[in-house]
Ligand binder design. Structure first.
Ligand code: HEM
Length: 445
């Protein structure tokens, strides 16, 4: 090799090292930045992009179908004290719109069972939702292909343009299911959405008549039990939230303002939660009607408090640019109280909230049903934290600085296994959906 050849080779090497370093940096920052405190911006106060720029495409996450089986999603800890009813929305890094985790395959399977068995009760739509559902199908498909290239394979790649396009065929590498979305579609577009993503979907449109926002379609197999989805399709958001404590006083105005101003490049997320002693996705024991579970009280009192868990309802909101519909997703994740017992103040916060939250919230979340049963257990965990020096008895009880996530969300993360709870009490191989399957073998849901 002559001197010029050697120089060019050297230059090429330098450029490729710099480039790959840059790529890695951008990859790392797009994943980890969500957890830097200054980035967790309260979306009510600060605009994300401040312009009409389209949303950036998601960054590819190169996890394989085998790795998904061990992948844990972000650890939510949405416990607030004092507990005021507020919107509590945060800007959403679009990479996290449709998160992936080790439960994905079970949720998809359970969705099928519920939708086959209950049909319209859990998935329904009005004809005027068609354009929004079609755009949603397209958006979900493109998002999943771009974000998880090794989990979704494009077998036939046509455009979704309804006049000129041919549509797509996708293979889901986690479930091995092939989804034929060639045009004309064989099913209503919402069907494909619900087969692709593990989330529940609500499609909301503003009425030109009264300017209110209406639920025009919903695919919600996992409502948890506190409400009936079927009854809500065709209702506006005020009616839908009529049972929600302090909605009129604390939420209605800010939600209205937010929905009217929300741009398609300003997605947000939030989380709500309640407690139960089972892992059913459709109706949890805490909301089960005694008519269907006559032995509910006996079941509760014979359940070890260590079996109790927090069901976090992880929610996102985004506007679709073409139809202008607002898409609300909800995704339940269970965390046992045991797996959070080493996290400063978590047992103290849960105990405080179930006994001292505003009374209508206590009622809405059915805290009274079980709180005496787990009160000694929670107090034991609080004392344990004091003895271990995790907190001291004067540590002020207030919302965690890492809210809405666990304090270790910034640090205990890798690209293959996702988020790794460092507590010895956490069994990474545990899979609550196996339990859910056993719990779901009767008519109790
Ligand atoms: C910023 C937007 C929103 C906020 C702040 C909000 C807030 C809430 C709150 C506080 C609850 C009570 C559960 C809890 O404790 O968290 C609730 C329940 C509910 N929300 Fe929303 N929500 C929003 C958007 C939506 C949208 C767009 C839909 C779609 C239709 C929706 C559907 C529901 C349903 C079905 C319930 C259960 C109602 C029941 O128990 O009868 N929400 N929401």
């Amino acid at each position: 090799m002559d001197a010029l050849g050697a120089f060019l080779l050297f230059l090429g090497l330098v450029v490729s090292v710099v480039l790959s370093h840059k790529q890695i940096k951008s990859f790392v920052s797009s994943h980890a930045s969500r957890f830097k405190k200054e980035k967790v911006v309260d979306a009510e106060k600060k605009s994300m992009y401040g312009s009409d720029e389209p949303l950036p495409k998601p960054t590819p996450l190169m996890i394989t179908p085998e790795q998904v089986q061990n992948y844990d999603d972000r650890p939510w800890r949405p416990f607030r004290w004092p507990y005021h009813q507020t919107m509590s929305i945060f800007r959403l890094d679009i990479n996290h719109w449709l998160d992936m985790d080790k439960y994905y395959v079970h949720y998809i399977e359970e969705k099928k069972r519920i939708l086959n068995k209950y049909g319209k009760q859990n998935m329904d739509w009005l004809p005027e939702s068609y354009d929004a559902c079609y755009e949603l199908m397209e958006t979900v498909t493109e998002h999943l292909i771009q974000r998880y290239p090794l989990l979704f394979t494009v077998l036939k790649d046509g455009s979704f343009d309804e006049k000129t396009g041919k549509g797509k065929i996708i293979r889901n590498e986690v479930t091995n299911e092939v989804l034929d979305m060639t045009l004309p579609l064989k099913e209503y577009p919402l069907w494909y959405v619900t087969k692709l993503a593990k989330e529940d979907f609500y499609i909301v449109k503003k009425s030109p008549v009264d300017e209110k926002h209406y639920l025009v379609a919903a695919a919600v197999p996992f409502p948890g039990g506190s409400f009936d989805v079927h009854q809500k399709v065709g209702c506006n958001l005020d009616v839908i939230h009529s049972e929600v404590p302090y909605y009129k006083e604390k939420l209605q105005k800010s939600m209205e303002r937010w929905f009217n101003r929300m741009k398609s490049n300003e997605p947000v997320e939030r989380a709500s939660w309640y407690i139960s002693w089972d892992h059913k996705l459709k109706i949890n024991n805490v909301y089960q009607i005694p008519k269907y579970v006559p032995n509910q009280e006996a079941d509760l009192s014979s359940t070890d408090p260590k079996e109790f868990n927090v069901r976090v309802e992880r929610q996102t909101l985004r506007r679709l640019p073409r139809s202008q519909a607002i898409i609300f997703t909800n995704h339940p994740i269970f965390y046992s109280i045991e797996e959070m017992k080493d996290e400063p103040l978590v047992p103290s916060l849960i105990k405080k909230i179930i006994f001292e939250a505003p009374k209508d919230i206590i009622k809405y979340k059915n805290f009274e049903v079980f709180r005496n049963h787990i009160s000694d257990y929670l107090e034991g965990l609080v004392q344990r934290q004091i003895e271990k020096g995790i907190i001291d008895k004067d540590t002020p009880l207030k919302t965690l600085p890492s809210y809405p996530f666990a304090h270790w969300a910034d640090t205990d993360f890798d690209y293959v296994n996702g988020w790794n709870n460092p507590s010895p009490a956490y069994d990474k191989s545990a899979n609550y959906t196996e339990k859910a399957k056993q719990e779901l073998t009767n008519e109790n849901d």
